[in-house]
Ligand binder design. Structure first.
Ligand code: TNX
Length: 783
């Protein structure tokens, strides 16, 4: 092979960058071939639809409306005999009928062909859904201003020449929106649907009921909305703060509104999957109709109440005749409103406490030959599977419905990981993949210390994008059961539409591409290059998208001299990272970061941000604090190994970075195990104080240890105890950092041992009772 000169490389690189910007379609099409020439839309351009093409007329109107609103150009829509030779012609945008023999391709319902050149544009699909997707791609080939709802000035409406043949990878490409934890008006739901359609998504999963509010009018049971749609207050701050805002919250959709949203979604080729939660997450229904519970009052002895507390609640539907006929009535009204083939019946997070205590349930289990409460849950779900199947519907349930035996016609929504979806496919059931680790858009998308409050987790854009929905362990036959992928948007921490948009975009763009684009075409760098143009579109659409993609992430390691070296990273390759070490905000004049990292030699902080070539700041400022002491950079041995939360490297506990209350990822975590650590200081060293900290976040199963002890030694074998501490308040709810400092009074020793006894099993009154507690510790400092 001939060597390519540096100059040529540069030329090729810059060409591919331009090409990406010119054809910045998200999700990326299956085949896109650039063609010479550019089509210019002006007042003379006509839109041509086939004679009598009423569906094409709707699409033509959508395009015409955009051009009028954003460009002030009024295009005529004409009906004509459209030739089927697919050759762009007569300065027109043509919705062409699809003829297999002419196109030499088989087109599925969602597939499309789009041809553009200097003469004209052709959009073709085997159905209007395919043509709708052709239109979405065409809009994305136009300047981003096409999405503006006000007149933009001086824009030339050009379309770069290309031939696109496109086809989705998965059938189900969707997003769930939780409207129970916070209610969002129908107008916002429509906007949410618009944005899904823009990304060629085709399913909207509407989470309509939960403990915190019942949001759908049911004519037969008016109290569901009179009582069940309102709560007196919501949690304020993080769950673990245990505080309330004292502000009533409520809202519901009338059946008329629902019909309107369903019809609206249909025009955008989106099928709505309504979710009615059962048997758990039912408090709003129980508050409205207490007779649906196993007891007249809640398990705490207080009246059932629509709750403002997030999480999992023990009060659930009782599997009684009353409940069954109530839910059958509800579902009968629901299926009359939603024409789609699926109804989601929830099935997640149903504690069995109430059923265990109920004589009725115990008798029912005996009568039905059910061996435990999981089988009772399965009995519940099977009843509604049968009921809905008889009505011509299919059920979807969260992966818990696998426990106690899967119902015959159920599709599984795999959320607690991919295991549920895998198991379902292996049992010849369909599955939709929504694992928390990749698809939960309620998780943080950047460093939690810089982001608005979120439920937890850490799910940056690149991690979402990296998701591969079809588990490798499946055979090709089983893999066909993976229907697709979906973004879940739980709204405990999202009070407003703007907040929702911030959390959802651009991460939903990545989900859209995972669902649509063929696996072999997935390429994160290529995606982010297109995303920059897409950000412009979102801007014109008025979407409050997050710019967290431009945020900096920091990691630290030790060099040979045992110094802390901070490495900064920007997901955006073109961005310039600048930083300060004096606690001031970085500017375009601040020090430019070099890939070798920044050496930290004393206590202090580093603040960094990404800047464009032009000097604009692109993302948020990240500040990290460092504590340099005698333990910094020292190796240590651990008797038990941490799990998941490993601090990222060997020196996690002595890397100079303290765990942060808001950010679980900065801690070292042991599941059910003790901390038993020995640091070797290399030589006998004078010790004044040994300090460290534990994190308490009981809601996340992170408990303080029962006791801690520090001891020292000179030979690493015989240790003398300096202090043993018994820890109190281990049942406290709020999230807090517990600092420990042990005085060593100038003692000389080479080895320091820190031991902390894990809390053990979570107590009876804890939602996760019986499971092992986590022990979170960080930064062992020795002065
Ligand atoms: C788990 S995912 C839930 C929801 C919460 C969500 C928060 C699922 C089926 N249940 O009730 O809102 O976690 O991330």
């Amino acid at each position: 092979m001939k060597k390519i000169s540096g100059y040529l490389w540069l030329l090729m690189l810059s060409f591919s960058a331009i090409a990406q910007n010119k054809y910045a379609i998200i999700p990326k099409p299956l085949e896109l071939t650039p063609v010479n020439g550019t089509f210019v839309i002006d007042a003379q351009t006509r839109i041509i639809i086939p004679k009598g093409g009423s569906e094409q007329r709707l699409l033509a109107e959508m395009l015409a409306e955009r051009l009028t609103e954003a460009g002030g150009v009024n295009l005529k829509i004409e009906e004509a005999d459209v030739p089927d030779n697919l050759i762009p012609t007569h300065k027109a945008i043509v919705f062409a009928p699809f003829k297999e023999q002419v196109y030499n391709k088989m087109l599925g319902n969602e597939d499309y062909i789009l041809k553009t050149d200097a003469k004209g544009i052709i959009l073709a699909g085997a159905s209007s859904q395919g043509e709708f997707y052709a239109l979405q791609s065409l809009l994305q080939l136009l300047p981003p201003q096409i999405f503006s709802s006000t007149l933009t000035k001086d824009v030339k409406w050009t379309v770069p020449g290309c031939t696109v043949f496109d086809r989705p990878r998965y059938k189900h490409r969707g997003s769930m929106l939780d409207v129970s934890r916070h209610f969002f008006p129908a107008s916002f739901v429509k906007r949410y649907i618009d944005l899904l359609a823009l990304h060629k998504m085709n399913r909207f999963h509407w989470h309509l009921t939960d403990d915190q509010g019942w949001r759908i009018e049911i004519k037969k049971y008016p109290k569901l909305t009179e009582i069940g749609s309102k709560r007196k207050e919501s949690m304020k701050g993080h769950y673990t703060d245990g505080k309330f805002d004292g502000t009533p919250h409520g809202g519901f959709y009338t059946q008329e509104e629902i019909k309107d949203v369903v019809a609206y979604a249909k025009k955008k080729f989106i099928t709505i999957i309504p979710e009615i939660e059962m048997p758990g997450h039912a408090l709003a229904a129980l508050a409205s109709y207490p007779e649906l519970g196993c007891t007249a009052k809640s398990l705490k002895g207080t009246p059932y109440e629509v709750t403002g507390i997030w999480g999992v609640h023990d009060d659930v539907f009782c599997p009684s005749e009353k409940t069954f006929s109530f839910l059958e009535d509800v579902l009968t009204e629901v299926i009359a409103l939603f024409p789609g083939e699926y109804v989601h019946i929830g099935g997640d997070e149903c504690p069995k406490t109430a059923w265990k205590q109920s004589q009725f349930c115990q008798d029912l289990m005996k009568k039905e030959g059910l061996k435990d409460e999981h089988e009772l849950q399965s009995y519940f779900i099977k009843h509604f599977d049968k009921f809905l199947t008889a009505k011509g519907k299919k059920i979807i349930g969260w992966d818990e419905i696998l426990e106690g035996g899967i119902s015959p016609n159920a599709t599984i929504m795999s959320w607690r990981g991919v295991e549920g979806g895998t198991a379902a496919a292996q049992q010849n059931h369909d599955a939709i993949m929504t694992p928390t680790g990749f698809c939960y858009l309620d998780y943080y998308q950047s460093d939690p210390t810089t982001e608005p409050l979120a439920i937890g987790g850490y799910l940056p854009l690149d991690k979402v994008y990296s998701y591969e929905p079809t588990p490798k362990s499946l055979t090709p036959e089983q893999a066909k059961h993976i229907l697709g992928v979906q973004a879940n948007v739980w709204t405990e921490y999202m009070q407003t539409p703007e907040y929702v948009e911030y959390m959802v975009y651009p991460r939903a763009c990545a989900i859209a591409e995972i669902g649509w684009t063929s696996a072999r075409l997935k390429d994160y760098e290529d995606f982010t290059a297109r995303l920059k143009t897409h950000f412009e579109r979102l801007k014109y659409l008025g979407v409050n998208y997050a710019r967290s993609y431009y945020d900096i992430s920091a990691s630290s390691a030790m060099n040979e001299k045992k110094q802390v070296v901070v490495k900064l990273k920007s997901a955006d390759k073109e961005a310039i990272i600048r930083y300060t070490l004096d606690n001031s905000e970085p500017t375009a004049q601040s020090l430019q970061y070099q890939p070798s990292g920044v050496v930290i030699t004393q206590d202090g902080s580093i603040s960094a941000a990404a800047f464009s070539q032009k000097g604009e700041r692109l993302g948020k400022v990240l500040t990290k604090y460092f504590y340099i002491n005698k333990a910094t950079g020292r190796k240590y041995t651990l008797v038990n190994q941490p799990k998941n939360y490993t601090g990222g490297e060997t020196y996690g506990l002595t890397n100079g970075v303290k765990g942060e209350a808001a950010n679980s990822a900065t801690w070292i975590g042991f599941e059910g195990k003790d901390l038993d650590l020995t640091i070797d200081l290399g030589q006998p060293t004078t010790l004044n104080k040994i300090s460290f900290a534990f994190l308490r976040a009981s809601a996340s199963w992170i408990m303080l240890p029962k006791e801690a002890e520090v001891s020292v030694s000179n030979d690493g074998k015989t240790f003398t105890s300096l202090q043993k501490i018994t820890m109190g308040n281990t049942d406290e709810q709020s999230r807090a950092v517990q600092q420990i400092g042990v005085a060593a009074n100038g003692k000389k020793a080479r080895y320091v041992r820190v031991f902390a006894r894990n809390y053990g099993k979570l107590p009876e009154n804890h939602p996760g009772h019986g499971n092992p507690a986590w022990l979170f510790v960080d930064e062992i400092a020795i002065e």
